[in-house]
Design a protein around this ligand. Structure first.
Ligand code: SAM
Length: 434
């Protein structure tokens, strides 16, 4: 196999070192910009090639010892070999580069990145489970990098320690169930004071299984739910014992209740800072009527409602909308209307009736909000748009339309390091009508 020595000049958007040999571009996993490396060619693609790192001849000053024993195998965190500050700089670079390259826009100002603790930050995750006799039985953990195998974990530094500490006992628990090879996943979620586990099972559980699960719930002080089919089959282990989880947004005196399968922002501390920043940037005041799209269970809606004249908050998932309404009641908020609508369909038309709204807030999934920008923005012409994005490419695409077609100025952008040690780039952008 061909082997090369080369200088790494860049980091790709998926965290691989980029180097060039004889005019060809190679992506080499584990290599960092500035390093002199030796690598083997592994695969040819039409426009680039991939390489396997053999030796680092001159390491980068930003290279650090990965804190996790599973680094390199587990697919959970790909950037632990890069210093935290350099990770943040890299993410900011990905954001600005996407805006420039895809969106052909440059912001007037770049905001200070929002960061938090780089370990123990995940309050929500899906643990994969496989029964592999050759590897000692039941494996609980995350997918291996680029593979469908499970990395069996006894701890996970990304997970909240109150969840991570359960891993060894979970291996044993699943291994002791009658359908130990028919439990593909456990969804874990932590509120401010309790942990919930949702066991997906493909076969009926026996009475003894129920007892084992109940004993585990008591011993570890966790709430257990069972899921025998789709999302609507989730139910508490003991009928009638459903307790919603809860987190608090102190700054706004808001409590948010959620079910373990609801969407919640995974990083509690960074979410606090992000909500605070969204409020600072949107600047809701009593004369403002806010339209918020992709509102989930009210994470931003309720803090906005504390300051705004009114909020209309829209979301496709009916269960989450019901939860958001419940959260408004819980916090004695009555200036917010929650609406169920699919924002990727022609249901968006029906939102044109909210033309009294003068500010718009968006927090879409990875596919972005092009329908909103095309259909709703020209009609509502909000004076300010604050856009939280989990995908720089779609933010850049939507920014191009807002700036180059809809007469907005991209005044501020900044990254939010919601998922430290991963290549995932979360960001926030502010557009003002010219
Ligand atoms: C990134 S989450 C943001 C949720 C919320 N803003 C929060 O901070 O918790 C995106 C939300 O968009 C919702 N969503 C996904 N597809 C949708 C669609 N087609 N129409 C409306 N909402 C959608 C999801 O259910 C989810 O709640």
């Amino acid at each position: 196999m061909s082997e090369f020595e080369a200088q790494v000049d860049d980091l790709s958007h998926d965290g691989r070192g980029v180097t060039r040999v004889d005019g060809k571009v190679y992506f080499v996993e584990g290599a960092l910009p500035g390093e002199l490396i030796r690598f083997q060619r592994t695969k040819r693609h039409r426009r680039h090639e991939t390489g396997k790192l053999v030796e680092i001849l001159e390491p980068s000053d930003d290279r650090v010892e990965p804190p996790c024993q599973y680094f390199g195998v587990c697919g959970g965190c790909a950037m632990q070999h890069l210093d935290s500050a350099a990770q943040v700089a890299y993410k900011q670079g990905v954001l600005l580069d996407s805006l420039r390259r895809i969106g052909k826009v440059d912001p007037t100002r770049v905001l200070e990145p929002l960061t938090g603790a780089s370990i123990g930050y995940r309050r929500k995750a899906r643990l994969g489970i496989r029964f592999v006799p050759k590897k000692g039985g039941v494996l609980v953990g995350f997918r291996e990098r680029h593979k469908s195998y499970i990395t069996s974990l006894d701890e996970c530094l990304a997970l909240d320690p109150n969840i991570s500490c359960l891993l060894p006992a979970l291996h044993q628990l699943v291994g002791a169930l009658s359908c130990y090879d028919r439990v593909p996943q456990i969804e874990v979620a932590r509120g401010d004071s309790q942990v919930a586990l949702v066991f997906r099972h493909l076969e009926a559980l026996t009475d003894q299984d129920h007892e084992r699960l109940q004993t585990f719930a008591c011993d570890h002080d966790v709430d257990i739910y069972l899921q025998s089919g789709g999302p609507d089959t989730v139910m508490p282990l003991r009928t009638g014992e459903a307790r919603l989880l809860q987190y608090r947004l102190d700054e706004f005196d808001i409590n948010i209740r959620f079910d373990p399968t609801d969407f919640v922002q995974v990083n509690a501390d960074v979410n606090d800072a992000m909500v605070k920043r969204a409020v600072e940037l949107l600047q809701p005041n009593v004369t403002d009527n806010i339209l918020e799209l992709f509102c989930g269970i009210g994470n931003f809606s309720l803090p906005f409602a504390r300051r705004a004249g009114s909020v209309v908050a829209v979301e496709a998932n009916e269960i989450q909308v019901e939860r958001a309404r419940g959260n408004a009641q819980l916090n004695n908020i009555d200036n917010t209307e929650f609406v169920v609508a699919d924002l990727y369909s022609d249901q968006i038309e029906s939102l044109k009736r909210f033309d009294h709204c003068n500010k718009l807030f968006l927090d879409p999934p990875r596919s972005g909000a092009i329908e909103t920008v095309k259909e709703l923005v020209p009609k509502l012409k909000p004076e300010r748009i604050v856009y939280v994005s989990c995908n720089p490419a779609t933010l850049a695409r939507d920014s191009e339309l807002l700036v180059n077609k809809e007469n907005y100025r991209l005044d501020e952008v900044g990254i939010i390091d919601m998922f430290p040690h991963t290549t995932h780039v979360e960001s926030i952008a502010v557009f003002n009508l010219k």
